[in-house]
Design a protein around this ligand. Structure first.
Ligand SMILES: [Zn+2]
Length: 54
């Protein structure tokens, strides 16, 4: 799928792909990056947090 994280494709997601990042607590940020923590918990985080090492 082309540009799944941009444009109108986001509007189909719950809350249009936006929310509060569970890691950096940034509000109304795009949460597009699935992250599995070391304990197996699945989170959806923002772009910034997706690049951090867990
Ligand atoms: Zn974040």
């Amino acid at each position: 799928m082309a540009k799944a994280k941009r444009g109108r494709a986001l509007w189909r997601l719950p809350a249009r792909g936006r929310g509060t990042c569970p890691i950096c607590q940034a509000t109304r940020i795009k949460l597009l990056y699935p992250l599995v923590k070391s304990d197996g918990t699945k989170l959806t985080v923002c772009k910034r947090c997706s690049k951090k090492a867990v």
